[in-house]
Design a binder for this molecule. Structure first.
Ligand code: ZN
Length: 212
């Protein structure tokens, strides 16, 4: 990839879009009404729109290392709040991926500087599910399972927020946990039972009086 080619690519992309619809960018400039918030990994191999086959304007996107939803991360929390309360998305997706370097790093004993507090979120997931993970003998299987459990726990972190609880009760917002398999290109739905998860955690994390 050459930087100088990017502007050429952009010109070709603009021309292609306008050839199909001369008002394409004019319409895009009017505003966004995405129905989904996607929270994925920053990994360069895991695209958001491209692998889902969706167009600009359809998905509100946030990406960070290992698709974490940390409750003191103003960035992800602002994205969730804006997406749910203002854009009124119908679905929130956390999409992890196999071969995730962030999860791999969190499984190793090494000092990674500023990455330590970030990756601690994944070590916390490991601690929560230590018995299950330690019972998996194969290293790759254990790595893959931690990737799945990390997605599950980040979905739970989303469900802990007031904006999501309120949107769930008022308009049936749903949270989904998915995995992208870099080796096959396929998306897998972890089929997280939103109702059950909410019921399990609501005693402690209830932020909405409608649920009592
Ligand atoms: Zn990753």
């Amino acid at each position: 990839m050459e930087i100088k080619n990017i502007f050429k690519n952009n010109q070709a992309w603009v021309a292609d879009k306008l050839a199909k619809d001369k008002n394409y960018f004019e319409n895009l400039s009017k505003g966004q009404t995405p129905s989904m918030l996607y929270i994925g990994c920053s990994d360069s191999r895991v695209t958001a729109e491209e692998m889902m086959g969706v167009k600009p304007g359809e998905v509100f996107v946030h990406r960070n290392i290992a698709n974490l939803v940390n409750n003191v991360d103003l960035n992800v929390m602002s994205v969730i709040n804006y997406g749910v309360r203002h854009l009124k998305v119908k679905h929130v997706v956390v999409c992890g991926h196999y071969f995730c370097g962030g999860v791999k790093a969190a499984m190793q004993a090494s000092d990674l500087g500023i990455l330590n507090p970030w990756l601690r979120g994944i070590r916390d997931v490991y601690r929560l599910h230590k018995d299950e993970l330690n019972s998996i003998k194969d290293d790759d299987d254990r790595y893959n399972r931690l990737i799945e459990l990390n997605v599950q726990e980040q979905c739970i972190n989303i469900i802990k927020t007031a904006a999501v609880q309120q949107a769930y009760y008022e308009r049936g917002l749903l949270v989904h946990g998915w995995i992208f398999d870099v080796k096959t290109g396929k998306l897998k739905d972890l089929n997280i039972n939103f109702d059950k998860v909410l019921k399990d955690i609501i005693e402690i994390y209830d932020l909405n009086k409608q649920s009592t």
